[in-house]
Design a protein around this ligand. Sequence first.
Ligand SMILES: NC(=O)c1ccc[n+]([C@@H]2O[C@H](COP(=O)([O-])OP(=O)(O)OC[C@H]3O[C@@H](n4cnc5c(N)ncnc54)[C@H](OP(=O)(O)O)[C@@H]3O)[C@@H](O)[C@H]2O)c1
Length: 299
Amino acid sequence: MKIGFIGLGKMGYYMVRQLLAKGHEVVVFNRSPEPVRKISREHGAIPAASFEDLVKQLETPRIVWMMIPHPAVDATIGTLVRLLDAGDLLIDGGNSNYRETIRRAKELQASGIHYLDVGVSGGLAAAETGYCMMAGGPEEQFRRIEPAIRDMCVPGGYGHFGPYGAGHYVKMVHNAIEYGMMQAIGEGLDLIQNGPFPETDQIRLTDVWNHGSIIRSFLMEMTHLGLRHHPGLADVDGYVPNSGEGKWAVEDAKAYGVSMPVIEQSFRVRLDSDKIKTYATKAVAVMRDEFGGHGVERS
Ligand SMILES: NC(=O)c1ccc[n+]([C@@H]2O[C@H](COP(=O)([O-])OP(=O)(O)OC[C@H]3O[C@@H](n4cnc5c(N)ncnc54)[C@H](OP(=O)(O)O)[C@@H]3O)[C@@H](O)[C@H]2O)c1
């Protein structure tokens, strides 16, 4: 199928590369031009010089996928709504707040432009192995894009979970769970580092834990890699940014009367990590960098 794609960052670039490898035609636009040039030259994407150019190169009814940070979504839609036609489909694949997604979908209804929210998981490693995707919005619109989603995902790694906002909602909860799991791993290693056996080889331990233990996991693999890249976490500052989903999940839990102390506390630890830096927050910082390429502040 032919798809327009906006946002060739850490996620978008490799998602487009997967689509191209599976034989889809992808017209690409990015705020800065270099990724457009590179992916067109090296992988055969169709370059667009502007939003107008991108829309012009697609046949109606068009499909356009945005893979940009959530604060940039409203402005991008504001431009696209003047260029797209009724029947076109616009997809937000970034980590947007589901309440904003529902508002945007409703606003777009006036112009007849369809909307889908697709939460994407898998981080940098998914560039090679395939992504995991969670969609929300009208089922028939999901069916339109399903062949492309299937081609970007690991087998069995995608689904449609309900109306507008449902995809971003389950992605928000996914990230909130991630907060708790990462914090638990970090705290365990902190206890080993500062308990009675501080000489324990944590690089070896996390490798062993990844072979047959109950806590073996992708996050444990990322912890192992992080420890290898930052021995003893000595060069890591310990500040852990939060990108919104943890906060939104905690707010929603309060709004719906759901108790989630583990996730709430792991969010608070991140909030406070600009002042309170521990071995655990250092471990969380390197995990984030390993799976998402978010960078690590150096001590
Ligand atoms: N990294 C992850 O592990 C991960 C995982 C799942 C979902 N996500 C979500 O996926 C989306 C993209 O993430 P990413 O990691 O690919 O981010 P990224 O590497 O920072 O790339 C962001 C992309 O959006 C563009 N962009 C940034 N601000 C913009 C603006 N104001 N107007 C237009 N374009 C703008 C950037 O263009 P330039 O090249 O010009 O800067 C770049 O193409 C985000 O919503 C993120 O939350 C990320």
